[in-house]
Design a binder for this molecule. Structure first.
Ligand code: DC
Length: 227
């Protein structure tokens, strides 16, 4: 079946969104829009150019210096492959700060809509992943998934992911960071992390990634978007 549609995947940090979105994008030959990469990319640009992310006015000035390319498997920012760089803990933490600014959200959400609709109009399936996809970026998405998982499990997964990248960070520190980012993401006044009313909640606490993948494929089948 080659029906174009938008699949929105939202959920808290380390709930499995990225891995799930990657697998589904491969299976469905879909365009994968990782919106967190834009908040992280903006934070990375600020770090590398000595811009204080605590100051919204300064952050605002760099918007038009950012050129994202999501067409390949890597995240390309201003011609550089930043896929690995943006995974660093400092970039994640600063990304969470810039994601709280109204000006940043307005700018990046518009950009996300533009990129997504351009690809959809080319006939592609869109898999977009973030915190506000089902509520703000693509409220018209045909299928909306909201992933949840216990913070302790998410901290375990993130510890393992960091270890794979050679980053050694104690589990307790990661758990504390996850709780802090959850709080920032759910309590901010603009676009807080909340499930869209028409989203389907998928609890991944006891799942292997293949379990979550199968659950979501089943949902897509039931809705007529996958044979
Ligand atoms: O999904 P992630 O961890 O890569 O996201 C990085 C940060 O950006 C995270 O703190 C939440 C924020 N974010 C957001 O506010 N809205 C999105 N659509 C995606 C990410």
């Amino acid at each position: 079946m080659s029906k174009k549609f938008i699949l929105a995947i939202d959920g808290p940090v380390a709930s499995g969104k990225g891995t799930l979105a990657h697998l589904l994008a491969e299976k469905l030959d879909a365009f994968y829009l990782y919106t967190g990469a834009m908040y992280r990319g903006l934070a990375l640009y600020c770090i590398e150019n000595g811009i204080d992310v605590e100051n919204e006015e300064n952050v605002k000035k760099v918007f038009h210096n950012l050129n994202f390319d999501f067409s390949g498997k890597s995240i390309v920012l201003n011609g550089e492959d930043v896929t690995e760089k943006i995974k660093q803990p400092e970039v994640a933490n600063k990304g969470s700060i810039v994601a709280g600014y109204k000006s940043v959200r307005e700018f990046l959400v518009e950009l996300q809509k533009k990129i997504g609709f351009e690809e959809l109009n080319k006939g592609r399936i869109i898999i977009a992943e973030g915190r506000d996809i089902g509520t703000k970026v693509f409220p018209e998405a045909q299928v909306k998934i909201f992933l949840v998982a216990d913070p302790s499990i998410r901290a375990k997964r993130r510890t393992a992911q960091y270890r794979e990248k050679g980053i050694e960070k104690p589990y307790d520190d990661i758990l504390a960071e996850i709780n802090k980012r959850d709080e920032a993401d759910t309590k901010r006044s603009i676009s807080p992390l909340v499930p869209a009313k028409d989203s389907i909640k998928v609890d991944t606490t006891n799942d292997k990634i293949s379990d979550t993948y199968e659950k979501v494929l089943k949902i897509l089948k039931e809705k007529g978007f996958y044979d």
